[in-house]
Every structure is written in structure tokens, then in C-alpha cells.
Design a protein. Structure first.
Length: 155
């Protein structure tokens, strides 16, 4: 099983970071490769929420369903996907920092599990490094996205 982690001090208060993470419809504005995302379950966003994202795995478009399995306000969310190509568990941990919010993104995953040992080899040789870079870029994008929102004046 692959495992990657990235962390960053985001220059925004925990409430702003938390609210941004909960705004699934706008995640394509800061998540690398995400083309669209939408919540498909009714009710408030939180434990049990299901959402779908549209992305690409290489050249192949895919729709990935995700379910929120842990939701501890302002501190942790766990999102799980049973995708055939990339089943994943993404954990988002937030903690206050003197200059903003310490955000840690962790992803445990299997790359092409049907390929067995070949998929595990690809995890070690390719995907761990690639996915770590993507997570780090997502955090940098999140920081920039929140900075741009804080400088906008209300209409």
C-alpha cells in the first residue's frame, strides 16, 4: 500500500481553511487535476457526506466517489474512495499555528490493485513521489487561493 504525506503552514486562520475544505464545489480551483466536484448527498456537509470528483488518471477521465468517514470540526476529516484504479484514504489534519494553520494531508492508497505486485512496484517507483508532489502543490495552491479570497472586497 502506498503512503504519502505533505504539510504546510497555511497563512489563514483554521476556520477559513476548514470552510475551504468543506466547499467541495470550489476545490477544483486549488486541487491539481480536479476538473469538477459536487456533493451528491442531501443535508449539511459532514460525516457521511458523499461527493464525486471528476479528474484524470493519466489520460483517462474518471469520476471518483468519496465518502467522509471522520469529521471532527476544525481538526480532522477523513475521505475514503473505493475507486477501482486508486482506492484511497485521505486524511486532513488541521491545527492552529502562530502564523496560520498547520495542515497535514496524508493519503494511503493502492495503485491499480488488480495488477497485484506490479501495482505495488509502481507505487514505490512512481506514485509515492508523484503523489507527494501533487499534495504539496495542492497545499501551496490552497494557501494562494485563501490569500486571494482574503484580498477580495465584497460586492
Amino acid at each position: 500500500m502506498g503512503h504519502v504525506e505533505a504539510e504546510l503552514i497555511v497563512n489563514a486562520p483554521p476556520e477559513a481553511v476548514w470552510n475551504c475544505l468543506n466547499d467541495i464545489a470550489h476545490t477544483p480551483e486549488w486541487v491539481v487535476g480536479l476538473e469538477a466536484a459536487e456533493v451528491v448527498t442531501p443535508g449539511p456537509f459532514g460525516l457521511g457526506t458523499v461527493y464525486h470528483d471528476q479528474n484524470r488518471l493519466g489520460p483517462f477521465p474518471q469520476v471518483t466517489p468519496w465518502r467522509i468517514t471522520t469529521f471532527t470540526p476544525l481538526t480532522q476529516q477523513v475521505h475514503e474512495s473505493e475507486s477501482a484504479a486508486l482506492p484511497s484514504k485521505m486524511t486532513l489534519n488541521l491545527s492552529p499555528s502562530p502564523t496560520g494553520t498547520h495542515v497535514v494531508m496524508t493519503v494511503d492508497y493502492q495503485f491499480l490493485p488488480r495488477l497485484g505486485p506490479v501495482g505495488r512496484l509502481l507505487e514505490r517507483v512512481l506514485m509515492n513521489r508523484l503523489l507527494r508532489q501533487v499534495l504539496q502543490q495542492n497545499l501551496l495552491n490552497l494557501d494562494a487561493y485563501l490569500a486571494s479570497k482574503s484580498h477580495q472586497t465584497p460586492p
